[in-house]
Design a protein around this ligand. Structure first.
Ligand code: NAG
Ligand code: NAG
Ligand code: NAG
Length: 332
């Protein structure tokens, strides 16, 4: 406990930090949304000013999965209007979704939120660090050296209302991917200036780690029928793939329940594969579904064993084994 507290102290932003205070109520009318990430700024900074309105959202996502047991944990800090993102509204714009799987396979499905409109969201940040607390929810996190290979995050949950207590520490493995205990962890930042359901039809997103490889993949269809992809792959901590070019990464389900494109009525698919085109070779990240963390009509969050195959012309395939966590939005 003591060492955790010392770590947390070391994570607090410096004197040059800026603090944004979000009352736990939305604002009327247009708000400022940061459209383009500015070089040198903090990717984790709040993107909505002075706060969220009805249709805008901002979220901070963390997950971690043990390599040796079923255990996983997923924590998402939301700030968004009731019509902005799915399910994040909880009598106020600030909420924290806590999901996961215990070792015995049972599920944690909780939302921590303050019902008090006077509870503030307090975010202090500078170029390389952040601390965020949704007052009254019992949930907060700190991050330091963000945007660098040394990023470190500590997520703290002390929520009697949901019965969830604990601290998750993430140490960076490379620029985008974070290591957790004996498993893999991940953090990202998302925001939007339009209702999520007006924009997205379906997507597959996930990340995984096996042997020297870790990767993140994203393959989405918008409401106009356009496919958008992005992904990156690290090998031994070095970026070997980073692209959002059409076709450079393709994610599709396979096996039972793998009808495509995905529909809200579909059962959990047997697995998915993300294929990265590295020019001279293909990397296939192939996951077999093991645990279903969230099984909703419009949303699945799954994890399972990962097989990474490196397929180069004229060379025999190299295969690595690891784990992956992935999701599938499939909106009506
Ligand atoms: C919320 O803010 C966004 C961005 O300024 C704006 O486009 C949108 O119309 C606003 N929504 C409402 C309901 O006022
Ligand atoms: C993991 O959870 C499943 C149920 O989903 C259970 O059958 C299995 O025994 C668990 N594995 C371990 C190692 O506890
Ligand atoms: C992924 O693995 C499954 C099961 O072995 C296999 O049927 C499928 O073809 C693989 N997908 C790709 C893209 O290699």
């Amino acid at each position: 406990m003591l060492s955790l507290q010392l770590i947390a102290l070391g994570l607090l932003p410096t004197a040059l930090a800026e603090t944004v205070i979000y009352p736990n109520v939305i604002v009327e009318g247009p708000v400022d949304v940061e459209y383009t990430f500015q070089e040198g700024s903090n990717i984790d900074s709040p993107k909505l000013l002075p706060n969220a309105n009805e249709t805008t959202y901002d979220w901070w996502y963390f997950d971690a999965k043990s390599a040796s047991t079923n255990q996983s944990i997923n924590v998402v800090f939301f700030n968004g209007g009731p019509g902005a993102f799915i399910n994040s509204w909880n009598n106020g714009p600030q909420s924290v979704d806590i999901n996961g799987v215990f070792a015995d396979g049972s599920l944690i499905e909780e939302t921590a939120a303050s019902a008090d409109p006077n509870a503030n969201g307090v975010i202090t940040f500078d170029e390389t660090s952040i601390s965020l607390e949704w007052e009254g929810s019992g949930c907060s996190f700190t991050g330091t050296d963000v945007n660098t290979p040394n990023a470190k995050y500590v997520v703290s949950i002390d929520s009697p209302a949901t019965g969830v207590f604990g601290t998750i520490t993430f140490d960076s493995l490379g620029p985008p991917t974070l290591l957790f205990d004996d498993g893999v962890g991940y953090h990202d930042k998302n925001w939007g200036d339009r209702r999520f359901v007006e924009v997205v039809q379906w997507w597959y997103w996930g990340h995984g780690r096996a042997g020297p490889y870790s990767a993140v993949w994203f393959d989405a269809f918008d409401r106009e029928g356009n496919e958008h992809v992005s992904g990156y792959v690290l090998k031994d901590g070095e970026v070997v793939f980073s692209s959002c070019d059409a076709g450079s990464v393709v994610v599709r389900p396979w096996g039972a329940n793998s009808l495509f494109p995905p529909q809200p009525t579909f059962d959990v698919m047997e697995g998915i594969a993300a294929v990265f085109d590295l020019g001279d070779k293909e990397l296939v990240f192939n996951v077999t579904t093991d645990q279903t963390q969230i099984n909703g009509a419009a949303y699945l969050r799954l994890d399972g064993p990962l097989k990474v195959t490196e397929q180069g012309p004229g060379s025999s395939d190299e295969v690595f084994h690891g784990i992956s966590l992935y999701e599938n939005f499939r909106l009506p």
